[in-house]
Design a protein around this ligand. Structure first.
Ligand code: FMN
Length: 224
């Protein structure tokens, strides 16, 4: 499965089979986490066989079942942290999908206290959420989507690469499926991506920008 196929196949999955992540998939995930931490100046960590972060009432109300593995979204507190977590976290989500795994971004409905106990957080770092990972009971289902035109602006005809990028952005996970972002094709050909507000919308922006870049071909355009 390619990353573009993973964009189409991915849906949030909240209930998992009782099956540990295969050793070769663990190796690939850990390698990619190391690469993301280096490129993004982050402290992402894969926590395995740890049931307590999703053992409490929050996770129960959030309909999570049998989550034992997750990626802790940790980094130094700064203005760009949420957006970088979105970009690099989604890189891990799509890799996981190609490895036959399922995922779900989780900002709220887990035990932050238990998550903090399970990972390493320096004094100047913060845990912004987690991504549940494992073999799902199902593959999940497609989310409802806003009309693509509500989330972008192009004067004149939309170039094909921009349309490809937008279609991939519309398939991306966003908090409560809010899809509060806008991509604008500027007169000089650059693409401006911005959030239009809402909780977690900076993290959402990193996620949707990653989808857009993969599908539009980052070598073929530049960000404003
Ligand atoms: C930043 C972020 C935070 C999220 N937080 C939660 C959460 O706390 N609980 C939950 O059940 N789902 C959470 N989600 C998952 C979204 O509800 C889900 O991505 C959205 O409904 C779209 O569905 P899809 O991922 O299947 O395409 C979160 C997603 C994102 C991107």
């Amino acid at each position: 499965m390619t990353l573009l196929e993973a964009i189409e196949a991915r849906h949030s999955v909240r209930a998992y089979r009782d099956e540990p992540i295969a050793p070769d998939a663990l190796v690939r995930l850990r390698e990619e986490i190391r690469a993301c931490n280096e490129a993004g100046a982050l402290h992402l960590q894969l926590i395995t066989q740890e049931p307590t972060a999703f053992g409490g009432l929050m996770a129960h109300y959030g309909k999570f079942d049998n989550v034992r593995n997750y990626i802790a979204l940790v980094g130094k507190k700064d203005a760009g942290l949420d957006e970088r977590l979105g970009w690099y976290g989604e890189r891990l989500v799509l890799l996981a999908q190609t490895l036959g795994l399922n995922t779900c971004w989780v900002g709220l409905t887990f035990s932050r206290r238990a998550g903090k106990r399970a990972c390493v957080i320096a004094a100047d770092e913060t845990l912004c959420g987690v991504i549940a990972v494992g073999y799902g009971n199902t593959q999940g289902s497609a989310h409802r989507s806003r009309p693509l035109r509500e989330c972008c602006h192009v004067d004149g005809e939309m170039p094909e690469w921009f349309a490809r990028g937008m279609e991939a952005a519309m398939l991306a996970p966003t908090a409560v499926n809010q899809q509060r972002f806008r991509f604008t094709l500027l007169a000089d050909g650059a693409v401006k991506a911005e959030s239009t507000g809402g909780a977690y919308s900076r993290m959402d922006l990193g996620i949707v920008r990653y989808h857009f870049a993969l599908a539009a071909g980052e070598q073929d355009f530049r960000w404003a």
